[in-house]
Design a protein around this ligand. Structure first.
Ligand SMILES: N[C@@H](CCC(=O)N[C@@H](CS)C(=O)NCC(=O)O)C(=O)O
Length: 225
């Protein structure tokens, strides 16, 4: 059986959703990042990077990096309705999108949520957050253009986990502003959100994004150090 280490205000729901979609047996163990549980000796022994999510495989290996975890599960359990197989012609566009989200969108979301880690002066935090948001929006703009050429999903008429991945980060950014600005992202958002398996995860993500935004206002020096 798999063990998924996740918790509130983490990206673990992305992995949990794949596990649920694939009807794969797992146990969820919650780590409280707001109280620094990800920096305890116990957790660092599981993931020395001190980051979530972590997936323990049935063989006992501890894996991390959310995009890798989703791809690994989809490939290992042949969830080809979520991830085109390695010989499927859609695999290229699928991988290109997943790697783009992992490398260029998520990294800016880190700056958006943790601007204090990237600034030398507290006064710079707001600017760093604004810049991160505008970079994510410019990347969503590119996605919007791609969806205009081939939509409504990232792979055209075919849903994949890339759609859920993109929508998840849209929810964590500022979904209202993003959806107002980019009609094809808005359409994708609604299509994904209306999938019964995705609805509870996106509702929870929307709530978490709103709560986190409030916490950021109350703790301008950083919600998590
Ligand atoms: N590149 C990693 C980043 C993981 C990551 O930053 N996880 C966040 C939760 S979503 C975390 O553990 N944050 C705690 C911290 O940064 O102190 C991935 O995509 O899985």
């Amino acid at each position: 059986m798999y063990i998924l280490y996740g918790g509130d205000f983490t990206r673990a729901p992305l992995v949990q959703w794949v596990l649920e979609e694939g009807k794969i047996e797992y146990e969820l163990r919650k780590i409280d990042i707001l109280n620094g549980e990800h920096r305890t000796t116990e957790f660092l022994a599981i993931n020395p990077a001190g980051l979530l999510p972590v997936l323990i495989t049935p063989e006992g290996e501890a894996l991390y990096e959310v995009a890798a975890l989703m791809l690994y599960l989809a490939d290992r359990h042949q969830l080809t309705e979520l991830a085109p197989s390695s010989i499927d012609p859609d695999r290229g566009l699928f991988l290109s999108t997943v790697f783009h989200i992992a490398g260029d969108i998520q990294s800016e979301m880190k700056r958006f949520h943790f601007p204090h880690r990237f600034s030398l002066r507290r006064d710079d935090d707001d600017g760093i957050q604004d810049l991160a948001k505008s970079l994510v929006l410019s990347r969503l703009n590119v996605m919007n253009t791609r969806l205009a050429a081939r939509g409504p999903y990232v792979l055209g008429s075919r849903f994949s986990l890339a759609d859920f991945y993109l929508v998840f980060w849209t929810a964590y950014l500022d979904r209202r502003a993003a959806c107002e600005r980019f009609p094809l992202i808005a359409r994708l958002y609604e299509l994904v959100r209306s999938r019964p398996s995705a609805t509870p995860y996106l509702e929870e993500t929307e709530r978490a994004a709103d709560v986190y935004a409030e916490m950021m206002k109350k703790h301008p020096g950083g919600v998590i150090a």
